[in-house]
Write a protein that binds this ligand. Sequence first.
Ligand SMILES: O=C(O)CCC(=O)C(=O)O
Ligand SMILES: [Fe+2]
Length: 201
Amino acid sequence: MYTIIEDNSPYYIKFNMPTVVEIANVCKDACSRVFKRPFVSEQLDNDLMSQVIDLIPKFGLLELSPLRMNFFVSKPGLYSPPHKDGQNMQFGINIPIEISDELCTTNWYTDQSLAHCEYYDGPDDFMGMKRYVREIRNYQVDSVKATVSTVMKPNECVLFNVNQFHDWDNRLSPNRRIILTLRPQPSSFISFEQAAQILFG
Ligand SMILES: O=C(O)CCC(=O)C(=O)O
Ligand SMILES: [Fe+2]
């Protein structure tokens, strides 16, 4: 049902999901307006949330969180520095919603390659919301070579290792890029490899 396009474990696995076009379609209206900030992370409303969950039969098995289904809207020119997601999050699923070119790269880095950088691990205030971050601060863009890079394409989903440092780079693009990010419940212990097993095993 889910078929692998490209396996670059332990960083990412690109795959086909039969409902990907339908998911992008049901999300279109929610994304049709102009987003002013350079980067917006926006939760789906309840109605859209349940429509999308119905289109992802393994949502429950993967212990994904209905409360952590967010659109990531990146403006043209955005660069977002290396980080890991959450406090101890192991995997995510990213689904293309609006990708208009092949100019936005997603990159992964080893811990070692960033060891000389300033690192912050702890609570952070993001637009009034408390959240836990693991991020490189004062990063000098382009100063470290990525270990693995990829470009998300329309209709291709990504099983994403969010526990490895990663960044994304829309600097060269004249287009905004919107992806839907699904993340496990905070109580989940499912690893990247186990998520792959659930999806493709
Ligand atoms: O936009 C991307 O390709 C990656 C964004 C990101 O950091 C994530 O999905 O955790
Ligand atoms: Fe991330």
